[in-house]
Design a protein around this ligand. Structure first.
Ligand code: MRU
Length: 356
């Protein structure tokens, strides 16, 4: 299942706000519709946002060309609108820029080059995430009891997921005893989305309240914590769904490995460390209301960061499509730069060691 794709000249995606009750697929016709879908988390998760940004810029370019409008202006407008929707996941800007670069104002567009590039990125994302699963599953032992946070599954990517791709492959290899998903307040990506995906995968699972996770880790019932990432800074600090830092602290205190799964497109070498990562703050109503009913007294203020930063020192391993990096032991920069050299040579990943 591709949770986001280019179909018949439109961006087709599953509306994640309606899950698990209803499977509603949307066909987005304009970049404004896509911006709304991103802001309201109909599409969410770092790799899915990268692909959404790419498809959105391609859509705008194609519409401008068909309508006889200025393609360059349409691309600039789409890029700036989409980039302003969510600041933390670096994949969004990465996806936008990768498609933008295909446009050369000196050579008027002859066809659908931008659409072709965006569609290639959709296919690439699917392959990359399966590779992450294969690389990461090699870190798990038989009978693994896994804890994950938020949703880093197929819904957060084009297919497979990052953290959940590791679970998928490890489950195929008979290595997973069960998965505990945190509910992930306030938008409940764990209860709504991760539980939905684990059920479809046939993996034994349960949901815990977020505040139950540290005690569960301390009790010895978790063998490994595996999460995704929204941005990995050059020094290995990781921004991910708020609450990830607390899980990493709990894992460190109990000697439980804390593994982050992320494609190279989530690694941002221009951000030196976690303190430079912009953290999105969302509306107070997400915290103060439940199902549209105000719970806290009128006038109560809220603190609602969507993400937090986990320092590299708490992370046992970062699993990428090209292998495992242990922050403080191996160098993220070397991995990313080696992949860029290989891509320039025209054969992505060919001579890089993908063994964990
Ligand atoms: O606010 P969200 O739901 O977009 O947050 C998503 C996460 O934090 C995910 O863990 C992250 O994007 C990695 S998805 C493979």
């Amino acid at each position: 299942m591709r949770t986001i794709d280019w179909v018949d000249g439109k961006i087709r995606l599953i509306d994640q706000t309606r899950l698990p009750k209803e499977e509603v697929w949307l066909s987005l016709r304009t970049v404004e519709e896509l911006a709304e879908a991103i802001s309201s988390l109909r599409v969410r998760g770092a790799p899915a946002l990268g692909v959404a940004g790419a498809l959105g810029v391609a859509l705008a370019a194609r519409q401008a060309r068909e309508g006889g409008e200025d393609v360059g202006e349409a691309i600039a407008y789409a890029a700036s609108l989409l980039a302003s929707t969510r600041p933390t996941a670096v994949n969004l800007k990465w996806g936008i820029e990768r498609v933008k670069r295909v446009y050369d104002p000196a050579k008027p567009e002859t066809g659908d080059e931008l659409v072709e590039q965006a569609r290639a990125m959709v296919a690439e994302d699917e392959e990359i995430n399966r590779l992450i699963g294969e690389v990461g599953a090699s870190l798990l032992e038989g009978g693994s009891r896994v804890l994950t946070h938020c949703n880093a599954g197929a819904l957060a990517c084009v297919a497979h997921g990052t953290a959940l791709s590791i679970v998928e492959v490890a489950h195929e290899r008979g290595l997973v005893a069960g998965v505990t998903a945190t509910e992930t307040r306030p938008l409940l990506q764990g209860s709504r989305l991760t539980a939905w995906e684990l059920r479809r995968m046939g993996v034994p699972h349960r949901v815990t309240i977020d505040s139950g996770a540290a005690g569960l880790i301390a009790s010895g019932e978790i063998d490994v914590v595996v999460t995704g990432a929204d941005r990995v800074a050059a020094n290995g600090d990781v921004a991910n769904k708020v609450g990830t830092y607390a899980l990493a602290l709990a894992a460190k205190a109990s000697g439980v490995p804390f593994v982050v799964a992320a494609p190279l497109s989530t690694i941002d070498l221009e951000t030196p460390d976690g303190s430079a990562i912009p953290i999105e703050e969302r509306s107070a109503s997400e915290v103060l209301e439940v199902n549209g009913t105000q719970i806290a007294p009128e006038g109560t203020q809220a603190y609602n960061p969507a993400f937090d930063v986990t320092p590299a020192s708490l992370i046992s391993a970062i699993v990428t499509e090209l292998g495992v990096v242990r922050p403080g032991v191996e160098d993220l920069r070397a991995l990313v730069e080696a992949s860029q050299r290989t891509a320039k040579a025209g054969s992505p990943g060919e001579d890089l060691d993908v063994s964990p």
